[in-house]
Design a protein around this ligand. Structure first.
Ligand SMILES: Cc1cc2nc3c(=O)[nH]c(=O)nc-3n(C[C@H](O)[C@H](O)[C@H](O)COP(=O)(O)OP(=O)(O)OC[C@H]3O[C@@H](n4cnc5c(N)ncnc54)[C@H](O)[C@@H]3O)c2cc1C
Length: 511
């Protein structure tokens, strides 16, 4: 059992991470629980998370900012698909406007947290990333907004002959600020959102950019500026115009996603027709833009104003669909026998998925194995008291879910306060069938599913990807349900110790 070292600081809520989710959580806490003490612990020297970390050319959202932005803070920019600097500016201004700057503690990396059932608080170990110093504090609740991937390294598969290549190899997560690719031949390996962003941005200076993909993705042009959104804002003002556009876009995203799920063949045909119109006459659309999976089984890539297609039409960018046999001194030899010459190779091969910011969790000294937990309302883990996670949508804007989670979290705290509870935890029926947390085909998700928490078959145990369902559950529904337990007495220790589920899994049954 952990005991806090004498004299350590206590926070009512510790928010981990000052990205868009952590800043959002801070704002909800300030407004809904002004008397609670909280701090946002951020491992890096700056806020913004994803939008500060990634520095590759052209870095931008592929969601529209009317749904990616906060519900409480209008997106005022004319461009609804926005560059990272504009998103950062919005985030940082929102933090300042809501009095959060003094709550963010930079260079504070949360390493571990141990729950003391007796004291009803987390003992948290933190590393100062600037000095290496270790410090401790206690927290009544941990709101984990550490994102979903490792910050220290991106994912790069093993490439045969990599050491032979005499040019430069770059991962988008670690973009060298002095990388000079002017007049050079660039090969970008990958076909996801990062690759399709990089190519139109790099063709401006590079001699030629080749997108080398093993498997095509669905790619759709979207307008950079949403004419209707800008009209709404002009006529109704920023606040009401934003709210209306947000409603429109939520409905639109849902409709497109549902259409693709219901009519995958027709959706595929429509996307192909749009792609063919954007590509040069006689282009091999079926070879390079025809994925083996259905639309929205993986995230669909949006290209603002069709910039990727323009780059291809200009002749300065091309797409090659093939497999890598080996890197060579001068580039990449493909399994087809073709060799792609390159001065610079960009490995846009993805992320390494990681939840909880890499923090180790334990309860009274017993390690928590996330894979043995089941997610409750998409934000708590069975058997883990006073702990919530901020995992957004993979089929629409991440932040739509985070807003609902923050609202629910604040209601839960208010419920506990009004009943004098200090501990809340969810109990899953050990016989409940479970399945992987995310039904998403992306490689980085598939590689890590085994170690992640599970989800159950029905609410409140679903990791819902539906804003409409989550609204009903998290915003409009009851704060409590039968699986949520609360205590205020010291005797709770024994209860919690026995409730981490060892539910059987459905993986085999549903395969
Ligand atoms: C290139 C790129 C583009 C994307 N575009 C979109 C998009 O258009 N739409 C969309 O919906 N999603 C997009 N995503 C997903 C995107 O990451 C999320 O939407 C959103 O930015 C996540 O915000 P977050 O605050 O939850 O996490 P993050 O932005 O990852 O922020 C997490 C923060 O927590 C900090 N942290 C982590 N671990 C610790 C720790 N142990 N201690 C202290 N601090 C810690 C990190 O330093 C970071 O600041 C994109 C992702 C990438 C990589």
């Amino acid at each position: 059992m952990s005991t806090a070292p004498y004299g350590v600081e206590h926070l009512d809520v510790l928010v981990l991470g000052a990205g868009i989710s952590g800043i959002g959580a801070g704002r909800y806490l300030r407004v809904e629980h002004p008397s609670k003490s909280f701090a946002i612990l951020e491992a890096r020297a700056a806020s913004g998370g994803t939008w500060d970390l990634f520095r590759y050319p052209g870095i931008r959202s592929d969601s529209d900012l009317h749904t990616f932005g906060y519900e409480f803070e209008p997106w005022r920019d004319k461009e609804s698909i926005a560059s990272a600097p504009r998103i950062l500016d919005y985030l940082r201004k929102t933090a300042t406007k809501n009095g959060l700057d003094d709550h963010i503690r930079y260079h504070h990396k949360v390493l571990a947290a141990d729950w003391s059932a007796e004291e009803a608080r987390w003992l948290v170990e933190v590393e100062r990333t600037d000095t290496g110093e270790r410090l401790h504090l206690t927290a009544g609740w941990i709101f984990c907004a550490g994102g979903y991937y490792r910050y220290d390294e991106g994912f790069t598969p093993k490439f045969e002959g990599r050491e032979r290549f005499t040019g430069q190899i770059v991962h988008p997560q670690h973009w060298p600020s002095d990388l000079d690719y002017a007049g050079k031949k660039v090969v970008v390996i990958g076909s996801g959102a990062t690759a399709v962003t990089l190519i139109p941005a790099m063709v401006e200076d590079a001699a030629h950019v080749t997108m080398l993909q093993r498997t095509p993705s669905y790619i759709m042009p979207v307008p950079k500026q949403d004419a209707l959104a800008n009209l709404f804002k002009r006529v109704l003002g920023d606040e009401r115009g934003y709210a209306l556009t947000r409603r429109k876009n939520i409905a639109q995203q849902r409709a497109v996603w549902a259409f693709c799920q219901r009519h995958p063949k027709l959706a595929r045909k429509i996307i192909r027709t749009v792609n063919a119109k954007q590509l040069p006459e006689g282009y091999a659309v079926d070879e390079h833009f025809n994925p083996p999976y259905n639309p929205w089984d993986q995230r669909l890539c949006a290209v603002p104003d069709g910039d990727l297609f323009k780059a291809i039409r200009s002749g300065k960018a091309s797409v090659v669909t093939d497999r890598i046999a080996t890197f060579t001194e001068n580039g990449i030899l493909l399994e087809s026998g073709e060799e792609l010459e390159a001065d610079v190779i960009v490995t846009a091969t993805g992320l390494n998925l990681q939840l909880f910011g890499g923090m180790k969790l334990s309860i009274d000294g017993r390690p928590v194995d996330p894979a043995e937990t089941v997610v409750h309302r998409g934000m708590m883990l069975s058997g883990v008291p006073n702990f919530s996670i901020a995992i957004g949508y993979t089929n629409s804007s991440w932040t739509l879910k985070i807003g609902l989670v923050c609202e629910y979290f604040c209601k839960l705290l208010a419920h506990m306060d009004s009943h004098g509870y200090d501990t809340a935890w969810a109990v899953a029926d050990p016989d409940m069938p479970t399945r992987p947390l995310l039904d998403f085909g992306a490689g980085y998700v598939q590689r890590s599913l085994a170690g992640l928490p599970k989800q159950g078959p029905t609410a409140p145990w679903l990791m819902s990807m539906s804003y409409q369902d989550d609204r009903k559950l998290l915003r409009d529904g009851d704060v409590i349900d039968d699986s949520l337990h609360f205590t205020r007495a010291a005797a709770r220790a024994a209860d919690i110790t026995d409730t981490t589920t060892d539910a059987t899994t459905l993986e085999g049954a549903t395969a």
